[in-house]
Structures are given as C-alpha cells and as structure tokens.
Design a protein around this ligand. Structure first.
Ligand SMILES: [Zn+2]
Length: 349
C-alpha cells in the first residue's frame, strides 16, 4: 500500500485539485446551471415559473431534500430533445475534466423525463453521445447509471427498465434516488433482482436522511455494491464494521450534506470519522449546480473545514474512488498509478 510523502497543509488545495479522481455520485440533471436552464427554456419555448436567472438562483435557498427536489424537477422540465441531454452532459464532463476527473459514473433519472413525454431513447442517446465525444475530445472516461425514482412505485420502475432494455449496452448499472424518507430500499427488491440478473451493476442512495436500517436493506435486500451517501452509518456500530469489512464504498457528498442540512456545519462532517473507521469513503458533488460546487470544490471545502483531514486522506479518497468504480480492473489500476505519480510529483515540487 502506498504511503503518501508528507505534504504541507497549505499545499493541500493544489494537490486536491490536481490529483486524478473518479466521480461516482453526480446526477446529470443536477448539473444544470440556472443560465443553461434559461437558455434551454428559450430554445425549446418552455415557460419557467421564474422571471429570470437571478430569481431562479434565489429559489436555490431550499432547506431540505424535498424543497430541493421541487426546484430540481422544475429545472429538468426544459430538457426535451436529444441535443438538450447531449449539451447538459457535455457541459458537466468538460467541468469534470477541468477538475481532473479521470472517470465519471453519471446518474440520470429517466422517469423525470419519460413522465413528460420524452422517450428513453432520446435521453440515453443524447447522454451517451456526450460520453463518447468527451472521451475523444477531453480524454475523460464516463459511463451511465440509470436511477429509479424511489417516490414512484416499483411497477413504474419495472416499466422504466422495460423501456431501457434496447439501450442497455449504454448503461453500466442502476441506482435508486429521490426522496428517501418513507421509501425504504426493499420497496424495489424485485426490480433490483431483475437488474442483477441482467448483469447490471447495482448502487442505491441510503443513509442520507434515512436511518442505518436503509443501508442494511440496500446491502442485504437489494444487494448493491456501493452506498450513495451512507453518512448515517455512524449511528450503527455493527453496520460500520460490515461496511469496513466488505469495503463497501460510500459516495459521500459534503456540500450536498451541508446544503440539505444533514450536517449543520461542514466542520461537523463525519468524512474523517468514516475514513478512520476503515470505510471506503469517496468525495463527490451530487447535484453540483444546486449545492454550491463541483467535485474539486467539495474536496477543498471539506478539507478546509475539517483540519484533521490529511494528504494521506486525500490519496485514500481518490484511491477509493477508482477502486469502487465499475471500470475494468486494468484501467482502475492505471488510474491509481497516475494518482501515486501525482502525489510523488507534489512531494518533490
Ligand atoms: Zn444523490
């Protein structure tokens, strides 16, 4: 195991920005900046319930998951054509490449769009084309994860899977997102079992606002490979041991947790505690346009707020992100080697 050379604390922000990393928890619809929402609304002739970009930005002062989701769905209403999905994903991937993201596993919420009459094919083809072009033009690798909206029924999730069947070659896995409270993972047991049979990789949001019990059922009932968020695991010692033992990755999103008041202050975030307990935590942006920053902003702000986080933690977080990705093993190792080279170069500089 690589031990990073000592690096002075004041040089951490530059290192955090420069180090190669994977982003494993990004909702592509949550990368829509207010300016883009207004431009797409104009292009598509969609009326928005906000007078201008500033009014929309002001509406971002939401206070919990549900009030955020209300604005999120309003923003997504401007997406109608394949080109809209392409433009959205291309903009995110350009930003991610600037943040030295080597690989992104991008969530999308097809039900948000199919419920408005936009076809699954329009959504997936637009997103996939952006992934292909970004790889060729920016050198960033990416794949797509289809998320089921947990506030809708399992029947709706099955219908969504059915629509995605002809497009599965473009989809690496499935996830579960949207309002957690009142919608435990086991509600989707059968649809996840079916996805598993189809060879899809499985992840689920659990333990963001919801209890540790939801993390247990995501692992044992849905049989997911990663937990999205998972920060509530600290309230259950047996669960912490299980997550550490099985090296189940947690895709932690510090600025999202701050904005949705999962933690009142970033300085109280439990990222360091998760790492010290041996959990495979990672840092991600969740819905960067809404929560105040992309992945590097998440890294720099949480490291600034929690002074106990060290260069070793930075390396561990990035190393975990590659280890937990669904990319082929040879590729994961190549990225981890680049990560070590980056740390050695920073120690010499
Ligand atoms: Zn999320």
């Amino acid at each position: 195991m690589f031990t990073p050379p000592p690096i002075a604390r004041e040089r951490l922000p530059a290192l955090l920005a420069a180090m190669p990393k994977a982003e494993l928890h990004i909702h592509i619809e949550g990368s829509l900046e207010p300016e883009v929402i207004f431009a797409l609304a104009q292009r598509n002739g969609v009326a928005l319930p906000y007078a201008d970009v500033e009014a929309l930005r002001r509406a971002y002062a939401f206070s919990d998951l549900q009030s955020f989701l209300d604005i999120y769905y309003a923003g997504a209403s401007v997406l109608l054509h394949e080109q809209d999905f392409y433009d959205m994903a291309r903009a995110y991937l350009a930003q991610a490449a600037m943040d030295n993201v080597a690989h992104a596993e991008v969530f999308f919420d097809p039900q948000t769009h199919t419920a408005r009459g936009v076809s699954m094919e329009t959504v997936v083809r637009g997103l996939h084309r952006a992934c292909v072009d970004a790889r060729a033009e920016l050198g960033i690798s990416s794949s797509l994860i289809l998320c089921f909206l947990r506030h809708l029924s399992e029947e709706d999730a099955f219908a969504t899977l059915e629509q995605a069947m002809p497009l599965l070659e473009h989809i690496v896995g499935v996830g579960l997102d949207s309002s957690e409270l009142g919608h435990p993972p086991e509600k989707f047991a059968r649809v996840f079992a079916r996805c598993r049979q189809l060879g899809l990789r499985l992840v689920a949001h659990a333990g963001e606002e919801g209890p540790p019990a939801f993390i247990w059922s995501a692992l044992d009932v849905l049989r997911v490979e990663r937990i999205d968020h998972g920060v509530q695991a600290v309230h259950d010692a047996a669960l912490m041991r299980r997550l550490a033992q099985d090296r189940i990755a947690l895709t932690v999103c510090p600025l999202s947790n701050l904005k949705l008041r999962v933690f009142p202050e970033l300085s109280q975030h439990n990222l360091k505690r998760l790492l010290d307990a041996g959990l495979a935590a990672t840092v991600n942006s969740d819905d960067p346009a809404y929560f105040g920053g992309y992945i590097n902003e998440n890294f720099t702000q949480v490291f600034a707020a929690v002074p106990q986080l060290t260069a070793h933690d930075a390396w561990q977080l990035a190393h975990n992100s590659f280890a937990a990705s669904f990319a082929p093993e040879g590729q994961r190792r190549a990225w981890q080697d680049r990560l070590v080279e980056c740390f050695e170069a920073h120690a010499r500089a």
